[in-house]
Design a protein around this ligand. Structure first.
Ligand SMILES: Nc1ncnc2c1ncn2[C@@H]1O[C@H](COP(=O)(O)OP(=O)(O)OP(=O)(O)O)[C@@H](O)[C@H]1O
Ligand SMILES: [Mg+2]
Length: 316
């Protein structure tokens, strides 16, 4: 008979000393262990490679990572909720708005409007359902010190909402580095578990700290591993709590692209796979902005043109 694995010390081969080392090394949950690499666990807690492999496998099984029936998957999708972006053109592009249960990523150059999307969604997530919101609270992880309450106040006024109440329902955490950002995400998980009225989690920016801290070529694998763990945790949270997760991402120019747009989002495959809905933001003609839907699993690719104003995102 196998015992049920609910805690780290239930994992095969993990005694109290190893558990302590794992937690101190940042592997404080079954989730974190499930997405770790055998090498990382060996270094952290002194396991042999094959033991580390077994531990990871057990953590994955305990978390039931893998298959679910199509029926279960449909039942989950029925519960999915969407938040309006303030622009009908964008909502139509997204089949209704920013959805719960998965990560939506907006990426683009400096000043392309990523943070403005975050302000907008902070407010519209709080609208009642009949007005395109979730009537929910918001957690905002700010890694660039760019949260501006006065912008939120302006947007709230547009919807006739009480700005003080709107601000009260947004919990802002400033992330000082990548580890701190991951810690804030753990805290966010606790908060969401305590308070089911939290319906939106924002991370602005998802990648800036990771990009700044892991600069050398030799550090790329470490960075990706860490980002993977971070995003995996966000996905689990989105899925299990019917939460919408909005993240922003920067872009870089690929020198090897000679024709077309050389801009690619940061984070490679890890971020690409973890974000279910990806939108590429850029400035359009005159005062307009353009959001392009990229690689959606069930929506046609396309673009929406909108404006960013003092009152937030509006149709052209
Ligand atoms: N009050 C406002 N009224 C009108 N437009 C605004 C207002 N505030 C910001 N904007 C628009 O938003 C743009 C800045 O967008 P934002 O700060 O969201 O960029 P970002 O993509 O987050 O950039 P970064 O990568 O530097 O974080 C401005 O260039 C302007 O077009
Ligand atoms: Mg920004």
């Amino acid at each position: 008979m196998t015992t049920k694995i609910e805690k780290i010390c239930d994992l095969p081969g993990v005694g109290p000393a190893a558990e302590e080392k794992l937690i101190a090394g940042g592997f404080a949950s079954l989730e974190a262990i499930a997405v770790a690499s055998p090498g990382e666990l060996s270094t952290t807690a002194g396991f042999g490679e094959s033991t580390a492999r077994k531990i990871i496998q057990a953590a994955r099984e305990a978390m039931n990572i893998g298959f679910e029936s199509a029926k279960e998957s449909l039942a989950k999708r029925v519960k999915m909720i969407k938040i309006t972006t303030g622009s009908k053109a964008i909502d139509d592009l997204l089949g209704g708005g920013i959805e719960s249960q998965s990560i939506t990523e907006v990426y683009g150059r400096f000043g392309s409007g990523k943070t403005q999307w975050c302000f907008q969604l902070c407010v519209t997530a709080q609208l009642p359902k009949e007005k395109g919101g979730l009537g929910g609270k918001v957690i905002y992880i700010d890694s660039e010190n760019s949260f501006r309450p006065e912008r939120v106040v302006n947007i709230a006024k547009r919807y006739g909402m009480d700005p003080d109440k709107v601000l009260q329902n947004i919990m802002v955490g400033r992330a000082y580095n990548a580890d701190h950002q991951m810690l804030l995400a753990d805290k966010a998980k606790e908060k969401v578990e305590e308070d089911p009225t939290i319906k939106l989690l924002i991370v602005d920016s998802l990648t800036a700290h990771f990009r700044a801290e892991f600069t050398g070529r030799g550090q790329l694998a470490d960075r990706q591993q860490k980002l993977n763990r971070h995003m995996y945790m966000l996905i689990k949270l989105a899925e299990s709590k019917n939460l919408a997760v909005l993240v922003t991402n920067q872009v870089m120019d690929r020198p090897d692209v000679l024709f077309g747009d050389p801009t690619v989002p940061i984070g490679g495959n890890i971020v690409a796979h973890a974000s279910k809905t990806r939108l590429y933001l850029r400035k359009g003609k005159g005062e307009t902005h353009v959001a392009k839907l990229v690689d959606s699993p069930y929506l046609p690719d396309g673009e929406a043109i909108y404006k960013v104003t003092a009152e937030g995102i509006i149709d052209e």
